[in-house]
Design a protein around this ligand. Structure first.
Ligand code: NDP
Length: 269
């Protein structure tokens, strides 16, 4: 498609599927050498992926796995220019149901993982004098769905990590930013929607929550990540960029007061 990342080596965590796979494909489309680090080697189950991805096993909850992974990437490719911290999980549980293990497990993937990845990749970026770290946060770092206490805390933490890394690593030529996706059509969300009997009603309601009249696609997150990973955003660091079809910009109204607006969105849908 292009050569905006020609000669660059990019790591994408959790890139076997969903948003991570779209990011890996998009960066490879722009000539980056992309290393996907994920728990399982299920590359053959994902159709339509572009050539040029290398798959290596990685568990971001384990420091030894991260160290080994980064060493292997350096051994094979000799450098790291871009790190995309995408691997993430979610749990839906009330505060009463949540255990300390639930909390620790989610923190380990969503927040400790990105911290450790940055820690082990930064020395290499420092050596070459430049680098771009792009985290996948969430609009749930700002606003939250019910039963997402732990998830929201991890994502707000990622946003804080972004600020800290931008400040600490800026003098080394390393930028750090976060993309905050809204509702994106991945397997994870599809399964959630399909759980409900009135599936098409849920889809319609979901679309109406977005001023653009629809939910997002993984490729739309990947485009934002590409921009932040490339030199086109060379003066952007420490930013949280929402990619959410303006969902977080519209204040909720009682349905009855919002009828005209919803009707307009329905027509577009
Ligand atoms: P998916 O569940 O589809 O993909 C997540 C990937 O991360 C999976 O391949 C998963 O592997 C992998 N993974 C999980 N744990 C680890 C680990 N310990 N080490 C390495 N890889 C791991 O999720 P999405 O694509 O939907 O989400 C990607 C990111 O985007 C996440 O950070 C999520 O929080 C964020 N996000 C998603 C939104 C959405 O609407 N989809 C909205 C806002 C943010 P496995 O399947 O084997 O567990």
């Amino acid at each position: 498609m292009g050569n905006r990342l020609a000669g660059k080596v990019a790591i994408v965590t959790g890139g076997n599927q969903g948003i991570g796979r779209a990011i890996a494909d998009r960066l490879a489309d722009e000539d980056a050498m992309v290393v996907v680090g994920d728990l399982h080697d299920n590359r053959s189950s994902v159709p339509g992926s572009v050539q040029g991805l290398t798959f290596m096993s990685l568990d971001v909850t384990k420091e030894v796995s991260i160290r080994t992974f980064v060493d292997e990437v350096l051994e094979k490719f000799g450098r790291v220019d871009v790190l995309v911290n995408n691997a993430g999980k979610v749990i839906h549980k009330s505060l009463d149901e949540q255990t300390a293990d639930d909390w620790d497990g989610l923190m380990a993937v969503n927040l400790r993982g990105p911290f450790l990845m940055a820690k082990y990749v930064a020395p290499e970026m420092r050596r070459i004098g430049s680098g771009a770290i792009v985290n996948i946060g969430s609009v749930e770092g700002y606003i939250v769905n019910p039963w997402h206490t732990a998830y929201a805390a991890t994502k707000a933490g990622v946003h804080g990590l972004t600020l800290g890394l931008a400040v600490d690593l800026g003098p080394d030529g390393i930028r750090c930013n976060t993309v905050c996706p809204g509702w994106i059509d991945t397997e994870l969300n599809r399964a959630y929607v399909e759980m409900h009997a009135g599936r098409s009603f849920v889809e319609q309601e979901l679309s109406q929550l977005h001023p653009v009249g629809r939910i997002g696609a993984p490729a739309e997150i990947a485009n934002a990540v590409l921009w932040l990973a490339s030199e086109e955003s060379s003066f952007v660091s420490g930013e949280m960029i929402s990619v959410d079809g303006a969902r977080t910009k519209k204040i909720s109204l009682p349905a009855i007061l919002d009828e005209e607006y919803r009707a307009k969105l329905m027509k577009a849908w």
